[in-house]
Design a protein around this ligand. Sequence first.
Ligand SMILES: [Zn+2]
Length: 115
Amino acid sequence: MHETMVAESILRAITEQAEKVGTRPISAVISCGQFNTLNDEIMRFAFETAAAGTVCEGMRLKIRHIPLRAACRKCNTVFEFDVYKPNCTQCGSQESQIQPDAPLLLEEIEFEEPQ
Ligand SMILES: [Zn+2]
């Protein structure tokens, strides 16, 4: 499952950071696009499972979903692309270019204050 692999690689990245700063991580924010999207529930469960017994146990995970964007070929407006309503939000044109999907990213980690 996609989420399990993502959870394990995120856990590894957070653990490395935690070792560097020497405190426990409290929460983390990850973001994903629409083609590599994550199911929030499955992702949280996969992360909890992977984090059990590690320094990351009990930390909160926030998942941001980045919408797909398109650039209008007529007026160059970049807008959130909706497959059910693919018109440019500025001029209404249907001629647009889908922008690259947002990558899966570990955006930030919040750590405990050092004692
Ligand atoms: Zn337009």
